[in-house]
Ligand binder design. Structure first.
Ligand code: COA
Length: 668
């Protein structure tokens, strides 16, 4: 892999025009739906030996599209396009002409080998072949292929149409160009490719399977409901609840038997898996009584297996630390990644948990290095070098790259590491994926701050450490907007020394629709940098009006518009070089700003909070009149703190968490 961010990888293979998915059971149709909704003009054939499975699968896909339309996630034309060009067949001959065949059949090595022999006989030498196995190594599945270099495992996670994670297995026979293409394809179609080595069960299933297996081994001292209740400190749903949903016992038996046969008896599946069909447990969030001593024992055991697998995965180079943390969050529903949990607990506590675990589970992997060595350097960004320019890619796909203090600190750390290096001309900041540069401040973090003006203002100051550093830099930083830049996302871009954007990108300051003001510069910076566009910012801040990248370009806010990602990156890099030695600080003195009254209604029609708008207007004027830029920023931090105490903030933030439109009519 040359680049951490897959979209920086140049590839020569075009986008596929026809894909075959073999297996119309559970996950095959979900993979098909993801592909068709990402690439509506694609021809897709679903292959299965059972006609009834194909009929059921096609009906399921129609149901998904109907639901997407009903929920406003897709328009009717897109739904029609998604469902067109989609066929089912029981005949392998239908795979002729496919650029890519994905197998999603039963987890059985002999069956998979037969399928691939049949597939290879019908496709061209250049056709990609991948398997969705969750456990069987690529080297074993593809051993019999005439051209194994075009084949690998692409392991999706349920539900595959929505869950962004895909493990892409890098095994010795795989052509480098195929690996680069797969990573890029997935990143371009809304997925999160995680490259892992070819160990049995790869990276994430090693975590999940052994998490479940140790949970089952705990059943001699706790009930399934008690284990699930304790597990929910770390995951959104406990292991037994998930196993029930996925009818997962047979899978754990299979995968842990595979690990036991290959790596030792300590992986042998808990015997109880063979005798239980459905676990007696409670839905996530229900109160279950767990005596404190038992809770401690269960918690330690679950953390023990989690951290034991973590160090093993990293010691054996199965995956990387940042991918493991992210994959656990995105694919397995962990609230924080295992390495983040290690950091929170501290090395002494982790060492103790692992000592206790080793005593109970002899043979399970233990750290081979000091614990501090396992931590990723950065958790939420990818870092690449394009000659003399460092490209920093925001990577939090689960929240459209929303910012929090840990992410801004990651960016700052990367900048500080390279800033004094004379071989670095400048930096580019962009966002992972095709949808968002950054969807603003992480709204999830705001919940705990509601009602606390000082804590909220301090959080805004903490998130601003990066931005204040950018203000003082002499080396250029260019924001490359690969998609939407909302709230804090635009506040970050506006502190970069130049902004370039994809043609389809747009900017919005939606804070007012959450009932809060803008914490990290939006009420001060744009007015000082682009004073001629003040009326546009007045409307954007107070009514959440969107600004298209093309219009922002006309207004001089954006310096260049690109048609595609390759062009965008090239433009941003060129701009960083061009600005070397020419970076100018944002003006320090007061500026003239006038604000006309506005109706308390968003551009979308949503009723807004008058009180919130008035606070915003006062803050904009106060920031404009501030004697220094630093004081203007302080006005913003304090205003954000005050807004966190408004009724509108409580309603707006709660509504976002509950996925509903806020009702500000009950607030002032
Ligand atoms: N903070 C935290 N999480 C965020 C987020 C943010 N600013 N923006 C999006 N997300 C999360 C969503 O909660 C969702 O998580 P889930 O899958 O666990 O439910 C995920 O990112 C995808 O977003 P979703 O809303 O499902 O995508 P969409 O295409 O329907 O809508 C947006 C996209 C950007 C319009 C919508 O996410 C949004 O309004 N986000 C908030 C933007 C905002 O107000 N930013 C300013 C914050 S100060």
């Amino acid at each position: 892999m040359t680049y951490a961010y897959p979209l920086l990888e140049p590839v020569s293979r075009p986008m596929p025009r026809r894909i075959g998915v073999v297996g119309a059971g559970t996950i095959g149709p979900d993979i098909a739906y993801y592909l068709k909704s990402a690439l509506p003009t694609l021809e897709l054939v679903l292959l299965d030996v059972r006609p009834s499975a194909i009929d059921a699968a096609l009906a399921r896909l129609r149901g998904y599209a109907d639901k997407a339309v009903a929920r406003g996630k897709m328009n009717a034309d897109d739904a029609t396009a998604t469902l067109s060009g989609l066929t089912g067949s029981t005949d392998y001959g239908a795979l002729a002409g496919c650029d890519w065949v994905i197998e999603a059949a039963t987890e059985d090595l002999a069956l998979k080998r037969r399928i691939f022999a049949d597939v290879e006989a019908r496709v061209t030498p250049g056709t990609l072949i991948t398997s969705n196995t969750s456990s069987l190594p690529a080297a074993r599945i593809f051993a019999g292929l005439a051209r194994p270099e075009r084949a690998t495992v692409t392991h999706f996670f349920a539900p595959a149409w929505r869950n962004p994670a895909v493990e892409v297995i890098d095994w010795p026979a795989l052509d480098r160009g195929v690996l680069a293409w797969l990573r890029r394809f997935f990143a371009e179609t809304g997925k999160l490719p995680l490259v892992t080595s070819d160990a049995a069960c790869f990276m994430l299933d090693r975590v999940f399977d052994n998490w479940c297996n140790d949970a089952a081994l705990l059943l001699d001292s706790a009930t399934a409901a008690q284990v699930d209740a304790v597990a929910q400190e770390f995951v959104h749903a406990g292991p037994f609840f998930v196993l029930n949903l996925a009818n997962g016992n047979p899978i754990i038996i299979e995968t842990n038997t595979l690990q036991a046969d290959e790596e030792g008896e300590h992986y042998r599946p808990a015997p109880i898996f063979a005798s239980v069909q459905q676990w007696k447990t409670a839905a996530p969030g229900q109160r279950i009584d767990v005596p404190p001593e038992l809770a401690t024992a269960v918690r330690e055991r679950l953390l023990g297996v989690l951290w034991s697998q973590t160090v093993d995965i990293l010691d054996r180079g199965i995956g990387s630390a940042d991918d493991l943390d992210l994959g656990c969050r995105v694919a397995l529903g962990f609230k924080a990644g295992p390495l983040e949990l290690m950091e929170q607990a501290g090395d002494d506590a982790v060492a103790q948990v692992l000592r206790h675990y080793a005593a109970r589970r002899p043979g399970m992997p233990m750290p081979q290095r000091p614990l501090a060595d396992y931590r990723p350097t950065e958790r939420h960004v990818l870092v690449d070098r394009l000659d003399d320019v460092v490209v920093i890619t925001l990577r939090r796909p689960e929240a459209l790259n929303a910012l929090h203090d840990a992410m801004t600190d990651d960016i700052l750390r990367v900048i500080r590491r390279h800033e004094a290096d004379p071989s670095v001309a400048g930096f580019v900041i962009t966002g992972y994926g095709t949808k968002a540069f950054c969807a603003g401040g992480d709204i999830g973090r705001f919940v705990d701050m509601l009602g606390d003006a000082d804590a909220s203002a301090q959080y805004a100051r903490d998130c601003s450490r990066l931005l204040v550093h950018l203000d003082q830099m002499t080396k250029p930083v260019v924001a490359a907007l690969n998609g939407i830049a909302l709230g804090g996302g635009f506040e970050l871009a506006s502190r970069c020394h130049s902004i370039v954007a994809l043609k389809r990108a747009w900017i919005q300051m939606p804070e007012v629709t959450l009932g809060i003001t803008h914490g990290i510069g939006a009420m001060a910076v744009p007015y000082r940098r682009w004073p001629h566009a003040a009326p546009t910012f007045n409307a954007m801040l107070r009514t959440a009006e969107r600004l298209k990248a093309t219009r922002a370009h006309e207004l001089g806010i954006i310096d260049g518009i690109a048609e595609d990602v390759d062009h965008l990156v090239a433009m941003a890099v060129a701009r960083a070089r061009e600005l070397a030695g020419k970076v100018r600080p944002i003006g320090d003195g007061p500026v003239q700003v006038s604000i006309d009254p506005v109706e308390a209604r968003a551009a979308s029609g949503q009723v807004l909070s008058r009180e919130c708008i008035e606070l915003m207007e006062r803050s904009i004027l106060e920031a404009a009149a501030a004697a220094s830029f630093a004081e203007a920023l302080e006005v913003g931090y304090r205003s954000f703190g005050l807004s966190a105490c408004l009724d509108s903030a409580r309603e707006g933030i709660t509504a976002f968490k509950e996925k509903r439109t806020p009702d500000f009519s009950k607030t002032k």
